[in-house]
Design a protein around this ligand. Sequence first.
Ligand code: SAM
Length: 239
Amino acid sequence: MKYPLSEKYNTPELMAKIMGPNPLKLEEELLTGHRIPAGAVVCDLGSGQGLTSVFLAREYGFKVYAADLWSDPEENRIFFHEMGLTDDQIIPVKADAEALPFDKEFFDAVVSTDSYNYFGRNPDYLDEKLLPFVKKGGYLYIAIPGMKQDCHDHLPKELLLSWTPEQMDYMHDTVYWKKMVSQCKGAEIVTVEEMESNEEVWADWLKQENEYAIGDRKSMEAGGGNYLNFIKIVLRKKF
Ligand SMILES: C[S@@+](CC[C@H](N)C(=O)[O-])C[C@H]1O[C@@H](n2cnc3c(N)ncnc32)[C@H](O)[C@@H]1O
């Protein structure tokens, strides 16, 4: 597919901020035809170093809360200012997705790219930890790295070149994720489907010279990518 919005961010400085396969391209595909109104208050859940949050604020006109556990919100704030965004447009927050520090029904929508698989693998997570903070009728758009078919009991050797079985446990197929989110009582499933983006988002990541990208090259060069995909999950909180 074509990525006219993400291409604008394809500079070495900005790509140095990605923390995995190009999250902007994933987000652009995830949000194609989305139903979140401009000006909506959106939580970028697991926003990392904030590149996806900048993208949501600048390209879609959302007011974004960049919520993340591992990154430093003050470093992210400096980056947001450098990108020409104000404290009214984008707000960095240190937050654990398991204990979000927001008012109930605060968000019009949640967008989460390459992070939901860390905390969303619990059937009670949505009802207990995330949906309370979303307005009724609000959307959740989630893009995660996945597997074409779950194979945790016979992991291919190509994948084990870069990841341990414990790390592979963060990745699952669409069947697993459909089953996981269908146990949620408070939201209806709009879709759970394999994404089109795959090779091009990996290519952008494997070009990076950080230790994680370099480590991932071993598996991908040996053909590990044949077992992997990205998965789009869209949910709507019930009225
Ligand atoms: C691979 S990075 C992706 C970051 C960003 N979305 C991107 O694509 O550039 C995964 C992110 O998930 C976040 N994360 C993991 N567990 C989390 C939790 N319990 N609450 C909030 N964020 C979490 C980490 O802080 C990390 O920044």
